[in-house]
Ligand binder design. Structure first.
Ligand SMILES: Cc1ncc(COP(=O)(O)O)c(C=O)c1O
Length: 480
């Protein structure tokens, strides 16, 4: 293994630096649970440090619970021994439809612009984990191959090679979709916005998960829609019996949710419950807006099915993009609008005509032969190990009464503190310490969840993040 000790921190002894470097390799997924570490002698030669330094470093990593010695065999990466904090329970939002005012969500997202801040607030992937160089190369090739056509006007449904690749990939999500059924967009957010616009009128009520992705709330707000929060369990997802009761009592224009590894709860509904949800909504002829942006980021087994896979009536509007897996900046997304396709295409045309051709062709080329599956494997491993490190830090630094979700995919964690805790105050004091979090209230139109906040695990583990988590732990203790 050709790894070198690159940085030398004056305030840490050499064996601590060696241990930190190995810890980072574990956090980044280079060394995984069950992997054998280099022998003491080999590391001594490769990193030019003494045998006793390596032994001290390995002992320190044992103390940190990250590695274990096996007699006559060497040192191995261990399953982290988490204190296994409790998970939040099913939410109990007020049974009332709210007009949305979520300007704070926009302020939180703006904190990603401050380069001094450790960005645990916005759900952004780390650029280090994305295949930027390969995408840049492909963009160059595309512009050379399509010197004129990349600059022409296009019309919805958008670029055929991209629709072809998306249709192919959707087979993994259990969907049999033809390229003609897909409309390309400027990201998942636009897909969701177009879907809402296609199936609602101002004043309508949309049923949502609680807590829910704050971007959805922003879209509801500018479309003058009301939001009805439904009880949601971090593992089971939407409470279907509550949804049924609501459907019996009042008119719901649409249900909108994140189907796999939701934001912020990390929920992934089981297949039978997904089927039940789609069938229930079909019974009441209510459109279902499915945001599947995290579907490819599962940690175990195979890709979870999309709700669209169970759609027999064309009522599910599937929305996704490459923002969490390849590039948020290329702004390439897609929609499978089912029976609302003509409306979605017309709205797309009126709102911004089409999506730029070159980014669509770049993403299509990467999906076709850029090693997307290999890239996804690495990305999933990195997110899983970052999430483990973050959970470990919560166990180490946060008070014992903290609850945290345990998602099986995606890259966000939802942290719950005892009732009465003020995460908005934490957000403000943490910003003064150059740490951003996403306070719970921005995920709810009723202003619930001020005792909760969301943490982003999209960034590779570092001393800076470790320090930020310690700071958060101290600030939380000061408030409790
Ligand atoms: C659940 C969810 N949907 C949509 C988006 C926005 O996606 P895009 O950048 O593709 O518009 C995000 C970004 O954080 C998200 O978490």
């Amino acid at each position: 293994m050709a790894i070198q000790l690159l940085d030398h921190s004056p305030d840490k002894s050499l064996y601590e630096q060696v241990a930190d470097r190995i810890q980072r390799l574990i956090a980044e997924g280079t060394l995984q649970v069950g992997d054998r570490l280099p022998s003491v002698r080999k590391l001594h030669e490769q990193w030019s440090v003494s045998i006793s330094t390596v032994l001290e470093a390995y002992r320190l990593l044992e103390d940190r619970g990250l590695i274990a010695a096996r007699p006559q065999s060497g040192y191995y990466v261990k399953q982290p021994t988490l204190r296994a904090p409790s998970e939040p329970q099913q939410s109990t939002p007020p049974r009332k439809a709210y007009h949305v005012d979520n300007s704070l969500g926009f302020q939180v997202i703006c904190s990603i612009r401050d380069s001094q801040t450790v960005k645990l607030g916005a759900a952004v992937p780390s650029m280090e984990l994305l295949p930027i160089a390969a995408l840049n190369r492909l963009t160059g090739q595309i512009l050379r191959q399509h010197q004129v056509s990349a600059h022409e006007y296009d019309v919805p449904p958008g670029c055929e090679p991209l629709r072809h690749e998306v249709a192919r990939r959707l087979m993994d999500a259990g969907c049999s979709i033809t390229p003609d059924e897909i409309v390309t967009t400027n990201g998942t957010f636009e897909s969701v916005f177009l879907a809402l616009r296609a199936v609602t009128q101002p004043g309508d009520t949309v049923a949502i998960e609680s807590p829910t992705y704050y971007g959805l709330l922003e879209a509801l707000e500018i479309l003058h829609l009301k939001a009805l929060e439904l009880p949601t369990h971090p593992r089971e997802g939407l409470c279907l019996s509550d949804l049924e009761t609501v459907l019996q009592k009042r008119r719901i224009a649409a249900v909108a949710l994140v189907s796999n590894f939701s934001n912020p709860l990390g929920t992934c509904m089981s297949e039978p419950r997904k089927k039940q949800l789609v069938e229930l909504l079909a019974q009441y002829e209510v459109p279902l807006i499915e945001d599947d942006i995290y579907g490819d980021l599962y940690f175990e087994g195979t890709r979870p099915k999309a709700l669209k896979a169970f759609d027999r009536e064309g009522l599910v509007i599937y929305c996704s993009s490459c923002s969490k897996t390849l590039s948020p900046g290329l702004r390439v997304g897609w929609s499978v609008p089912g029976r609302y396709q003509a409306k979605v295409e017309q709205l797309k045309w009126v709102i911004n005509q089409t999506t730029a051709i070159a980014p669509q062709l770049t993403v299509a080329a990467f999906l076709a032969n850029g090693g997307y599956d290999r890239h996804l494997r690495q990305l999933r491993r990195a997110y899983q190990s970052q999430m483990l490190r973050m959970t470990q830090a919560i166990c180490d630094y946060f008070p014992a009464e903290t609850r945290v979700t345990r998602p099986n995919g995606g890259h966000v964690l939802w942290v719950e503190l005892p009732p009465g805790f003020d995460s908005l105050a934490l957000y403000q004091t943490a910003l003064q310490h150059h740490v951003s979090i996403a306070p719970g209230v921005i995920f709810s139109p009723s202003g619930s969840y001020n005792n909760c906040f969301r943490l982003n695990c999209g960034l590779p583990w570092s001393d800076e993040i470790d320090q930020a988590m310690q700071t958060l732990g101290e600030l939380i203790r000061q408030q409790l």
